[in-house]
Design a protein. Structure first.
Length: 148
Protein backbone atom coordinates (compact mmCIF):
# COMPACT_ATOMS: atom_id res chain seq x y z
CA UNK A 1 0.00 0.00 0.00
CA UNK A 2 1.29 3.46 -0.85
CA UNK A 3 1.52 6.11 1.86
CA UNK A 4 1.75 9.84 1.31
CA UNK A 5 4.50 11.13 3.59
CA UNK A 6 4.27 14.75 2.46
CA UNK A 7 2.24 15.73 5.52
CA UNK A 8 5.08 14.62 7.84
CA UNK A 9 7.96 16.85 8.82
CA UNK A 10 11.09 16.09 6.80
CA UNK A 11 13.01 14.87 9.84
CA UNK A 12 10.26 12.33 10.64
CA UNK A 13 9.73 10.80 7.20
CA UNK A 14 12.62 8.33 7.19
CA UNK A 15 11.77 6.93 10.60
CA UNK A 16 8.10 6.58 9.74
CA UNK A 17 8.98 4.90 6.43
CA UNK A 18 11.19 2.38 8.30
CA UNK A 19 8.35 1.72 10.72
CA UNK A 20 5.91 1.17 7.85
CA UNK A 21 8.29 -1.33 6.21
CA UNK A 22 7.97 -3.63 9.19
CA UNK A 23 4.15 -3.59 9.17
CA UNK A 24 1.57 -5.41 7.12
CA UNK A 25 -0.85 -3.28 5.16
CA UNK A 26 -4.22 -2.76 6.84
CA UNK A 27 -5.98 -5.37 4.70
CA UNK A 28 -3.30 -8.02 5.36
CA UNK A 29 -3.30 -7.25 9.06
CA UNK A 30 -7.09 -7.56 9.31
CA UNK A 31 -7.07 -10.85 7.37
CA UNK A 32 -4.39 -12.31 9.66
CA UNK A 33 -6.18 -11.09 12.77
CA UNK A 34 -9.55 -12.50 11.71
CA UNK A 35 -8.16 -15.88 10.68
CA UNK A 36 -6.30 -16.49 13.94
CA UNK A 37 -9.24 -16.83 16.34
CA UNK A 38 -7.78 -19.81 18.26
CA UNK A 39 -4.69 -17.98 19.45
CA UNK A 40 -6.78 -14.85 20.13
CA UNK A 41 -9.08 -16.89 22.38
CA UNK A 42 -6.10 -18.42 24.20
CA UNK A 43 -4.59 -14.96 24.65
CA UNK A 44 -7.87 -13.60 26.02
CA UNK A 45 -8.21 -16.55 28.42
CA UNK A 46 -4.68 -15.95 29.72
CA UNK A 47 -5.40 -12.22 30.22
CA UNK A 48 -8.64 -13.00 32.08
CA UNK A 49 -6.75 -15.40 34.36
CA UNK A 50 -4.13 -12.70 35.06
CA UNK A 51 -6.90 -10.20 35.83
CA UNK A 52 -8.53 -12.63 38.26
CA UNK A 53 -5.20 -13.28 39.99
CA UNK A 54 -4.62 -9.51 40.25
CA UNK A 55 -8.08 -8.96 41.79
CA UNK A 56 -7.50 -11.74 44.32
CA UNK A 57 -4.07 -10.32 45.17
CA UNK A 58 -5.51 -6.79 45.61
CA UNK A 59 -8.16 -8.13 47.95
CA UNK A 60 -5.68 -10.25 49.93
CA UNK A 61 -3.30 -7.31 50.47
CA UNK A 62 -6.02 -4.70 51.02
CA UNK A 63 -5.17 -2.63 47.95
CA UNK A 64 -7.73 0.08 47.13
CA UNK A 65 -9.74 -0.14 43.94
CA UNK A 66 -8.27 1.74 41.02
CA UNK A 67 -9.90 4.78 39.45
CA UNK A 68 -10.21 5.62 35.79
CA UNK A 69 -12.08 4.64 32.67
CA UNK A 70 -13.81 1.26 32.90
CA UNK A 71 -11.71 -0.19 30.07
CA UNK A 72 -8.46 0.68 31.88
CA UNK A 73 -9.28 -0.80 35.29
CA UNK A 74 -8.43 -4.46 34.59
CA UNK A 75 -5.24 -3.51 32.77
CA UNK A 76 -4.28 -1.20 35.63
CA UNK A 77 -4.94 -3.95 38.18
CA UNK A 78 -2.77 -6.37 36.18
CA UNK A 79 0.00 -3.79 35.83
CA UNK A 80 -0.05 -2.92 39.54
CA UNK A 81 0.01 -6.59 40.54
CA UNK A 82 2.93 -7.39 38.22
CA UNK A 83 5.03 -4.40 39.30
CA UNK A 84 4.44 -4.77 43.04
CA UNK A 85 5.07 -8.53 42.89
CA UNK A 86 8.31 -7.94 40.96
CA UNK A 87 9.34 -5.30 43.50
CA UNK A 88 8.69 -7.65 46.42
CA UNK A 89 10.74 -10.39 44.79
CA UNK A 90 13.66 -8.06 44.00
CA UNK A 91 13.69 -6.08 47.24
CA UNK A 92 12.61 -8.57 49.91
CA UNK A 93 12.99 -12.12 48.62
CA UNK A 94 16.24 -11.58 46.70
CA UNK A 95 17.29 -8.27 48.26
CA UNK A 96 18.09 -6.87 51.68
CA UNK A 97 14.76 -5.31 52.68
CA UNK A 98 12.96 -6.56 55.76
CA UNK A 99 9.21 -6.69 56.26
CA UNK A 100 9.16 -3.25 57.96
CA UNK A 101 10.76 -1.65 54.88
CA UNK A 102 8.28 -3.47 52.67
CA UNK A 103 5.31 -2.38 54.80
CA UNK A 104 6.23 1.27 54.21
CA UNK A 105 6.44 0.72 50.46
CA UNK A 106 3.14 -1.15 50.52
CA UNK A 107 1.47 1.85 52.18
CA UNK A 108 2.85 4.15 49.46
CA UNK A 109 1.52 1.71 46.87
CA UNK A 110 -1.97 2.05 48.30
CA UNK A 111 -1.95 5.82 47.77
CA UNK A 112 -1.65 5.63 43.96
CA UNK A 113 -5.07 4.70 42.64
CA UNK A 114 -5.12 6.02 39.08
CA UNK A 115 -5.22 3.00 36.75
CA UNK A 116 -3.46 4.96 34.01
CA UNK A 117 -0.44 5.55 36.25
CA UNK A 118 0.00 1.83 36.80
CA UNK A 119 -0.44 1.15 33.09
CA UNK A 120 2.25 3.75 32.31
CA UNK A 121 4.64 1.92 34.67
CA UNK A 122 3.97 -1.56 33.20
CA UNK A 123 7.48 -1.90 31.74
CA UNK A 124 9.27 -0.65 34.86
CA UNK A 125 11.61 -2.84 36.87
CA UNK A 126 10.55 -3.95 40.35
CA UNK A 127 13.41 -2.23 42.23
CA UNK A 128 12.33 1.11 40.68
CA UNK A 129 8.92 1.06 42.37
CA UNK A 130 9.93 3.23 45.35
CA UNK A 131 11.31 5.99 43.12
CA UNK A 132 8.27 5.79 40.84
CA UNK A 133 5.86 6.07 43.76
CA UNK A 134 7.78 9.04 45.14
CA UNK A 135 7.42 10.82 41.81
CA UNK A 136 3.68 10.15 41.44
CA UNK A 137 1.71 13.37 41.32
CA UNK A 138 -1.42 14.44 43.14
CA UNK A 139 -3.57 13.52 40.14
CA UNK A 140 -2.32 9.91 40.51
CA UNK A 141 -3.29 9.62 44.16
CA UNK A 142 -6.75 8.79 45.41
CA UNK A 143 -8.89 11.14 47.43
CA UNK A 144 -9.67 8.65 50.18
CA UNK A 145 -7.66 8.27 53.37
CA UNK A 146 -4.76 5.95 52.43
CA UNK A 147 -4.31 4.94 56.07
CA UNK A 148 -7.85 3.56 56.33
Amino acid sequence: MAHNLSDRAADRRAGFARWLEGRDCTDCWKAARDSDTESKEAWLAAKRAEEQAAREWAEQFDMPPLEGPERALDWGERSRHQLVTAAHTALVVEGTWDEADWAQLEEKTRTVTRAGWWIDQRDAEGPDLLELLDSAGEQDRGTENPFR
